[in-house]
Design a protein around this ligand. Structure first.
Ligand code: DC
Length: 215
């Protein structure tokens, strides 16, 4: 039987990972958080103080880095980094790393390998357009900038980070800009993706909308 693959794309704070985890449980799919993979390699580049313009250093670090997804956890070189990849420092750095073609090619190769011969739901920015262009289902989640910033602000506050709504909003705007304007596989809705605006909708509403499309 043919494997099922669901591509879930959209900007930061649109609700992708929350929704993907629930759909994965409902449909018994493997959840692949591709953003976490970019975050993990960004964390390593940050820790090692590598300049993102130094192609050779980036290539070297990619060659010796191990990124593993296990359930909802992520390991960098066999160490759990699930929490550390979500700090404001990584939030603000990751888009600089994600625009490097060398990094993207390596991550996409890993993503395709993980997805091979499995039923998957993969969330990210370029899943429906680049990683699995022949996905069984494609969704594009959006929400207003205000709502996305509010969600991320609450998330960061709950984790004890000292920030403001305005700062978070600016950071998300910058990230959107970099993710949509980069040359290699930018954030874009696939032509055949179903677009869902999650502004003002509950998680359950969005899950129900997606499950309805999967029938
Ligand atoms: O979804 P997220 O916020 O965890 O993603 C972190 C960053 O990684 C985001 O700013 C853009 C990048 N990313 C990407 O370029 N392509 C993907 N498939 C997933 C994430």
């Amino acid at each position: 039987m043919k494997n099922i693959s669901i591509a879930l794309d959209g900007p930061a704070g649109a609700g992708k990972s929350t929704i993907a985890k629930i759909i994965a449980k409902h449909k018994n799919l493997t959840y692949i958080d591709t953003g976490a993979m970019y975050r993990a390699i960004a964390l390593k580049i940050l820790r090692e103080g590598i300049d993102v313009d130094q192609e050779k250093s980036i290539q070297d670090v990619l060659g010796v880095s191990n990124i593993d997804l296990e359930g909802n956890d992520i390991f960098l070189d066999e160490h759990l980094v699930t929490e550390e990849i979500r700090t404001p420092k990584v939030n603000n750095f990751v888009s600089h790393v994600a625009k490097i073609p060398l990094v993207r090619m390596k991550m996409v190769e890993l993503q395709r390998n993980i997805a091979a011969n499995k039923n998957v739901i993969m969330d990210g920015r370029d899943i429906g357009t680049f990683v699995i262009p022949n996905a069984t289902y494609k969704f594009y989640l959006t929400a207003s900038i205000e709502e996305r910033a509010r969600r991320r602000f609450i998330e960061l506050k709950d984790k004890g980070f000292d920030t403001t709504f305005e700062i978070v909003k600016e950071e998300i705007k910058n990230r959107d800009k970099m993710d949509t304007e980069r040359e290699f596989a930018p954030l874009r809705k696939a032509e055949d993706a179903i677009e869902i605006d999650t502004t003002g909708k509950s998680i359950q509403d969005v899950v129900a909308e997606i499950l309805h499309c999967l029938k």
